[in-house]
Design a protein around this ligand. Structure first.
Ligand code: ACO
Length: 344
């Protein structure tokens, strides 16, 4: 079958290949009902609403119940995206799930989601790129679509970070929250699409942000638990500096690849970790405040779910309309960072 050539705004964009486009046909997200406010945290650790808000921009975050695992959050987000795309579980060829808080070390959380949504025709695997996981997942999904290996790919970013946060450590516990976001990718000739995604990593800086124990390098034991090595640890200051430089550089790279100027972007969706990081990156990029989509104040940093939830909220609230250009940029442990340009 000969497919009609797609008239992209940008002929240089990779998805112009043979007239095909990897289109995000729908998105969905889910956050748990329980809200933990800064006032609640004041009762748990030596902190204040004023400190958290002025240093991070976060007012509250969502916390999953003890009965909800990451796959439960992911399943809710996936079902919403599937319903909006009007597809059945049987239509899904591949499930890619990005998380640093899997249900268990193995098997994959993607397989747990496959079971819960009943997508038994699908292959399924997890991606581990911390806060960059959703864009890593989109790029991997796009590769399968553009190679014509699969027709329909479900990409999910989902986290239950409350399960690895030390609730006695004020340096980290105020920053994180739980949630999930999902996207359905399909091969659509002549449709809007994912124009480019740039992925980067620097394994020399692993120690800046990690969970030290629980894996093969330091298996779990009474000693590791007593020392709190199963909790997330972060050098906040260094992470902050690296995040600003890396996000600025990869966002520029993505724009360059598409021959776009920041002024042509309708909506910039940055990783929702810290308002000061977002503002510093926006300033360096030359993005105007009205171009930024920020929901950090409601959810805190939800790692792999962060930009996935934000993309869904930007679409559902009408901030992004079909045909708009969207720039997503993320940064996380690894270190990893990534940016994607979408013609919505
Ligand atoms: N309440 C009150 N005081 C606090 C709190 C708190 N919750 N947390 C830290 N402090 C104190 C510190 O102990 C320190 O006190 P000291 O000077 O007496 O030692 C003081 O506040 C200042 O701490 P700083 O580290 O200088 O605070 P900073 O302005 O750097 O903000 C923060 C800290 C918010 C963590 C910031 O560094 C940050 O956002 N870093 C980046 C996080 C990030 O982007 N992560 C992305 C990846 S996440 C992932 O991949 C899972």
């Amino acid at each position: 079958m000969t497919l009609p050539a797609r008239k992209f705004k940008n002929p240089s964009a990779r998805h112009n290949y043979q007239g095909h486009a990897c289109s995000i046909v729908s998105v969905g997200s889910y956050v748990p009902a329980r809200i933990l406010t800064n006032a609640d945290l004041e009762k748990m650790v030596d902190t204040s609403d004023e400190w958290i808000l002025s240093r991070t921009g976060i007012k509250e975050r969502r916390i999953a119940s003890k009965y909800q695992s990451t796959s439960d959050l992911a399943t809710q987000a996936a079902l919403r995206a599937m319903s909006r795309a009007k597809i059945s579980p049987d239509d899904i060829d591949l499930i890619i799930l990005a998380t640093i808080t899997p249900d268990m070390p193995f098997p994959s959380t993607a397989c747990a989601v496959q079971r819960k949504i009943g997508a038994f025709n699908a292959a399924a695997f997890d991606v581990q790129a911390a806060c960059s996981g959703f864009i890593y997942g989109l790029e991997i999904g796009q590769q399968f679509i553009m190679s014509r290996t699969y027709e329909t790919v479900l990409v999910i970013g989902a986290e239950k970070l409350s399960s690895i946060v030390n609730w006695k450590d004020r340096n980290t516990c105020v920053l994180f929250g739980d949630g999930a976001g999902a996207a359905i990718l399909r091969n659509r000739a002549g449709a809007h699409g994912l124009m480019t995604a740039c992925m980067r990593a620097d394994g020399r800086l692993t120690d800046l942000l990690c969970v030290p124990a629980g894996g093969s390098a330091c298996p779990p034991s009474h000693e590791t638990v007593n020392a709190g090595l199963h909790f997330l640890r972060m050098d906040g200051k260094e992470t902050f500096k690296k995040a600003v430089t890396a996000m600025h550089s990869v966002a520029n790279e993505a724009l360059r690849r598409c021959e776009l100027d920041i002024s042509q972007i309708k909506c910039v969706i940055p990783h929702q970790a810290n308002r000061r990081i977002i503002d510093a990156v926006a300033e360096r990029l030359g993005a105007k405040p009205e171009q930024l989509f920020v929901n950090l104040e409601k959810y805190g940093n939800t790692s792999a779910a962060s930009v996935a939830i934000a993309l869904d909220e930007a679409v559902q609230s009408g901030c992004i309309q079909r045909g708009d250009l969207v720039l997503m940029v993320v940064f996380g442990a690894g270190l990893t960072w990534a940016a994607a340009v979408i013609e919505w």
